[in-house]
Design a protein around this ligand. Structure first.
Ligand code: SF4
Length: 208
C-alpha cells in the first residue's frame, strides 16, 4: 500500500485527511473535534472496536442506534467507516437500509470516515471489489449467520442472503429479501453541502 499516494489523491479530491498510528490517538482527536457537538454514528464495526461511543459520550451529545439511542440523520457531525478506500482517492460503501450512506451524502455538515489500513485498495475497481467480496459478506454473516458455520436466519420465514450460506466467503450477487447490498455509494469528494469531509486513517486493522 502507498499511503503517500493515498494522501495526495484524497487531497486532490478535496477531502481532509489525518493519519494516526493507533485507534486511541484517533479517538482522542475525534473527542477533541466533537466536544460539545451533536453527533451521530453510522453502523460500524470499526467504531465499535475503537470503543468510540463510550469515549465521546461524556463530552458530546452522541447518538448511535447500536446503543439504543435511535438513528439521527441530521446531526452536526456524522461519523462512520467505509467498506473500502482507494489510493486513487475514493470512498466506497454498500448499504442495505440506506441510513448509513444517506447521512454521508446530505444532512450533517461534517462527516468523518474512520478507517483502518485494512480498508485500502489500490484503485476504485479493487475498492468496489473489496466492498462487495470482503466487507458485505462479512457484514451479512454478522447479521444473518452464526459462528457455528451454519446459515441461520434471524427470522425463519425470510430467505437468507446467499453469502451467509457459504460462511460469508464472497458475494454471490443474491437478490434475497434480506440482502444488505441495495446501493453502492462512491464518494469522489466532499458533497457540496458539507463544510468538511475527512478521512481518518488508522495504522491498524479495524472492522471488515
Ligand atoms: S450474496 Fe447478497 S447479501 Fe451477500 S454480499 Fe452478495 S449481494 Fe450482498
Amino acid at each position: 500500500m502507498d499511503l503517500m499516494r493515498l494522501q495526495k489523491n484524497f487531497a486532490l479530491h478535496g477531502f481532509s485527511y489525518r493519519y494516526f498510528e493507533t485507534r486511541s490517538e484517533a479517538a482522542a482527536y475525534l473527542a477533541q473535534q466533537t466536544a460539545g457537538k451533536f453527533v451521530s454514528f453510522g453502523g460500524s464495526m470499526t467504531l465499535d472496536e475503537m470503543n468510540l461511543y463510550d469515549i465521546l459520550k461524556p463530552h458530546a451529545d452522541v447518538h448511535w442506534h447500536w446503543k439504543g439511542d435511535g438513528y439521527v440523520q441530521d446531526a452536526e457531525i456524522y461519523i462512520t467507516s467505509a467498506n473500502a478506500i482507494s489510493e486513487t482517492g475514493e470512498v466506497v460503501n454498500i448499504d442495505g437500509a440506506g441510513n448509513r450512506v444517506s447521512a454521508t451524502l446530505y444532512g450533517p455538515k461534517q462527516v468523518f470516515f474512520v478507517c483502518g489500513i485494512n480498508k485500502i485498495a489500490p484503485d476504485l475497481s479493487s475498492a468496489i471489489e473489496r466492498a462487495q467480496n470482503i466487507a458485505a459478506p462479512k457484514n451479512a454473516w454478522r447479521l444473518f449467520g452464526n459462528t457455528d458455520g451454519d446459515a441461520v436466519c434471524v427470522n425463519a420465514d425470510d430467505p437468507v442472503p446467499a453469502c451467509t450460506k457459504a460462511g460469508g466467503d464472497k458475494c454471490y450477487h443474491c437478490t434475497a429479501p434480506n440482502s444488505i447490498c441495495r446501493a453502492i455509494v462512491i464518494h469522489q469528494g466532499p458533497m457540496r453541502s458539507q463544510e468538511r469531509c475527512e478521512l481518518i486513517l488508522i495504522g491498524e486493522d479495524l472492522g471488515y
